[in-house]
Design a protein around this ligand. Structure first.
Ligand SMILES: Cc1cc2nc3c(=O)[nH]c(=O)nc-3n(C[C@H](O)[C@H](O)[C@H](O)COP(=O)(O)OP(=O)(O)OC[C@H]3O[C@@H](n4cnc5c(N)ncnc54)[C@H](O)[C@@H]3O)c2cc1C
Length: 416
């Protein structure tokens, strides 16, 4: 039996990377005959996992959503594993050499480290334009921006939010309720409107992933908390002005100077370290949409989570995809031998099927919301119960600590 140490390297430690690392340690390695010969490395720019789902509320109030409800230290979640088998590295991946099968990191300690891999899971996700709604580096950067935003909102009289997707609508709802209050159960608008808050969307409706009736309902809920919506208009530019204000130019020729500007105009994949031939035209990592392998990167390389070309984006997709990637990782590792390094496993792979049914929950303020799950419309109260009351923060511990993945998702080749 070989005595070489074979590194399984996971890049990114959010929903997808944490799922990959915990599943590998809990379920993949114990099945391998040479399990002692593997070492799992989890690489993250940030020491903390950010529950970015709650970013819209955390951005407006530390009372409503304190930092310790959105930032979770990663290292303690992995203290359960043998240090001979697992290492967590705080560092940013800067380059990836598919020929040498290694990645190069800038570590938090200021060192450059080249880490060879036997298997690689890329789970570096996406970033929003603002660090309020996703990590741009360490958690400290996001915490500083959350704090800056809460202070700026205290005295804001004009707020412009660019983007009519879920992040823009949720943020506008939180800002509206914070600054203008809620009219109560039967009112249609705030009793006194302290701030002028506007959402600008380039689309003809809010919430592109939801049916028009739900988008219209979201607009009604926004108007309850004093938020106006401008449709079919995009933000052409946003430039800092005097006194911390922002001058925003719109595609309809309007120019506005606002106290607070928040860009919620979608996401970009975190793939700057990846070779360009592995990226699709939108910059996402091109992966096989069934096996979740990155076929163009050589054997035993997988893309998991929002960074992957096959992903629609969203946590539910990751929960469906992680067991598929992990089964195929285990099959590939079992098939390997030093004299046949590129051997492929016998029999069918486990395959992923995207669930494309209308699914999205969008809280609008602290008590209302719109949404649908697998094509079924949910009442506002249900959206509040599931997501709006606490943005589901109670799930974060199980994701960081791995209890979410305590039970293996079983699969037999006949299931394919
Ligand atoms: C405001 C908002 C609300 C949302 N609400 C929901 C919701 O209700 N339901 C839902 O299903 N989805 C929701 N989403 C989407 C959900 O957050 C994403 O689907 C999920 O975060 C994707 O997880 P991921 O692990 O693929 O990547 P990400 O969460 O994007 O994390 C990527 C990780 O990789 C790290 N990283 C990136 N580049 C590097 C590098 N070069 N080196 C080292 N580490 C790196 C980052 O630090 C980060 O930790 C929401 C998103 C936003 C912004």
């Amino acid at each position: 039996m070989s005595t070489e140490t074979k590194n399984i390297v996971v890049l990114g430690a959010s929903f997808a990377g944490l799922a990959a690392a915990h599943n590998t340690l809990k379920h993949v390695l114990p099945k391998l005959a040479d399990k002692e010969s593997y070492h799992v490395y989890l690489i993250s720019s940030s020491p903390d996992f950010y529950w970015r789902v709650a970013g819209p509320r955390a951005a407006v109030s530390a009372q409503l959503m304190p930092d310790d409800k959105v930032m979770y230290p990663i290292a303690p979640g992995f203290a359960q594993y043998d240090s001979k088998q697992f290492t967590f590295i705080i560092g940013t991946v800067k380059s990836w050499d598919t020929g040498a099968r290694s990645v190069t990191l800038d570590t938090a300690g200021g060192q450059q480290q080249v880490l060879p891999y036997h298997a690689l899971v890329v789970a570096t996700g996406t970033r929003t334009p603002t660090p309020l709604l996703s990590l741009h580096g360490t958690s400290e950067e996001t915490k500083a921006e959350l704090s800056r935003m809460r202070t700026a909102l205290n005295s804001a009289q004009t707020v412009l939010i660019a983007g009519g997707g879920p992040a823009g609508v949720e943020t506008a709802g939180e800002v509206g309720e914070l600054l203008n209050g809620s009219p109560g159960w039967f009112g249609s608008g705030p009793k006194t409107k302290k701030a002028t808050i506007t959402v600008v969307t380039a689309d003809s409706k809010l919430l592109p992933a939801l049916r028009p009736a739900l988008a219209a309902k979201a607009e009604t809920f926004l108007s309850r908390v004093g938020v106006d919506v401008k449709k079919n208009v995009r933000v052409d530019s946003a430039a800092p002005a005097a006194d911390g204000k922002t001058t925003v130019t719109l595609s309809n020729g309007e120019t506005l100077t606002v106290d607070v500007y928040i860009a919620a105009t979608g996401v970009k994949p975190n793939t700057s370290f990846a070779p360009s031939h592995l990226l699709n035209d939108r910059g996402y990592l091109t992966a096989n949409g069934q096996t979740l392998r990155v076929d163009g990167a050589g054997p035993r390389v997988y893309a998991l989570g929002d960074v992957a070309s096959y992903a629609r984006g969203g946590v539910m997709d990751i929960y469906d995809a992680a067991p598929v990637a992990m089964t195929n990782l285990e099959r590939d590792l079992s098939a390997y031998s030093p004299d046949k390094p590129d051997a492929t496993p016998a029999g069918p792979d486990r395959t992923y099927t995207a669930n494309l049914k209308e699914t999205q929950l969008v809280p609008v303020g602290q008590s209302k919301g719109v949404g649908a799950v697998f094509g079924w419309k949910l009442p506002s109260l249900m959206v509040w119960l599931i997501k709006g009351r606490d943005y589901m923060v109670s799930n974060a511990d199980s994701i960081v600590g791995g209890s979410k993945w305590a039970k293996e998702s079983s699969w037999k080749p006949t299931d394919s």
